[in-house]
Write a protein that binds this ligand. Structure first.
Ligand SMILES: Nc1ncnc2c1ncn2[C@@H]1O[C@H](COP(=O)(O)OP(=O)(O)OP(=O)(O)O)[C@@H](O)[C@H]1O
Ligand SMILES: Nc1ncnc2c1ncn2[C@@H]1O[C@H](COP(=O)(O)OP(=O)(O)OP(=O)(O)O)[C@@H](O)[C@H]1O
Ligand SMILES: [Mg+2]
Ligand SMILES: [Mg+2]
Lengths: 221, 221
């Protein structure tokens, strides 16, 4: 469902550019559950952001669902992401002025879902995350792990084809993290959702059908 | 070095207050290395913020180095923290407009350390964290785990008596996380620094001389 060809991303900063991703080619089959591992700074978030059409490569291609992403305008990519991709950011990026439940309904509102339907779905997702009682808290009234779970719920809101999650259990104790791993495995198995998780959580990685790892921007053999 | 007596913290939000910490008494000996564990939302960050004199309790006392913290003004607490406590926040709170090296020199500047001495110390800390090459990156030009390591370096800048670290390896792969655990254990053993870590990382927790855990704001027996 997502392919890359000779993908590269270089950041120009000061005298020495940072080659965050170098000449990376991969092909993620529909319905797969992949874990991406690698040291801090090895390029995992940079890769995931390009797979999720959030960042554009410096060179090479990303092909999403058979279409070359570089041919699309920014507004087309925004639409593609809204309807197809559920992204969990490493730093959550919840909207501080919105309550937890509103952070979750926002993408549904943008997708044209009606008010009462999106409220029901948001409450159902909060319940799934064990956060029903925190629906009206703002992000700064939530613990780190609660914010992370709201970010996960938001990613699931529009029933995406693909979930791309960047360290989704980084702030969670093993019990809560285990439940998230179980949930993603269930969505993958029962709904055929393609899941790609950047993780250093062994319980999560062990759920994957394939584990790949990065070293200095390259895919390990 | 830090004691609490019947410590409680309640957040008033909506109709039902959140009793984040309830009637908690503990006594952390000088030179200890404690790990605080517990489920997401159990009160760990709330507790650590009160131990670090960042938040004031709703009731009960915090006694830091023999002194009742409630008797101190906000500016006295700011000074106490600057000179005695190295705090690693769960969400880092790096200053986005400052480069990595400047984030680390800032607390030294506030403590009156001279320019060349604090630059040397910051470079030494960056080297310790494997981030020498990232000295001039701003936080948004760093990976999640690199930001976390800059936050750790900043906490160590003024050679604190006490290090309070909230999930310091949450964003780190096990290799890098292991090095941080090793570093904290070394500072504890060789320099007698008291270390209290909120963590769900087993490698880190196993370094502790004592492991305590929270459930719903209370200390487990
Ligand atoms: N400002 C606030 N207003 C209302 N409730 C709050 C506020 N801050 C935290 N809480 C609630 O207090 C409880 C404890 O929060 P705390 O951040 O201490 O948890 P934690 O153990 O650190 O969790 P995590 O492991 O997820 O970081 C949580 O259930 C949270 O929703
Ligand atoms: N905007 C930027 N400008 C310059 N360098 C950057 C920028 N963003 C990231 N980098 C660098 O690119 C490298 C890869 O970053 P990336 O965020 O992909 O790593 P990562 O594998 O996700 O790491 P972590 O496990 O710590 O989250 C890092 O060394 C980082 O310093
Ligand atoms: Mg990352
Ligand atoms: Mg916390």
């Amino acid at each position: 469902i997502i392919e890359t060809e000779n993908l590269s991303k270089t950041y120009k900063i000061g005298p020495n550019p940072v080659h965050a991703i170098r000449d990376l080619s991969l092909s993620i089959p529909r319905g797969a559950f992949w874990a991406i591992e690698g040291s801090s700074g090895s390029g995992k978030s940079t890769l995931l952001n390009m797979l999720g059409c959030i960042d554009r490569p410096s060179s090479g291609k990303v092909i999403f669902d058979g279409e070359d992403v570089s041919k699309k305008s920014d507004s087309m990519l925004t639409r593609l992401r809204l309807m197809n991709i559920g992204f969990v950011f490493q730093q959550f990026y919840l909207i501080p002025t919105l309550k937890a439940i509103e952070n979750i309904t926002l993408p549904m509102k943008e997708a044209g879902i009606g008010r009462s339907k999106r409220r029901d779905r948001a409450l159902e997702l909060l319940e799934m995350m064990g956060l029903r009682k925190r629906a009206n808290h703002h992000p700064n009234q939530l613990s780190g792990g609660e914010q992370q779970r709201v970010a996960i719920a938001r990613a699931l809101a529009n029933n995406p084809k693909v979930i791309l999650a960047d360290e989704p259990t980084g702030e969670l104790d093993s019990g809560t993290g285990g439940k998230i791993a179980e949930l993603l495995a269930m969505l993958n198995k029962e709904k055929g959702i393609t899941v790609v998780v950047v993780t250093h959580d062994r319980a999560m990685a062990s759920r994957a059908s394939r584990r790949i790892s990065l070293t200095d921007g390259r895919l390990d053999a």
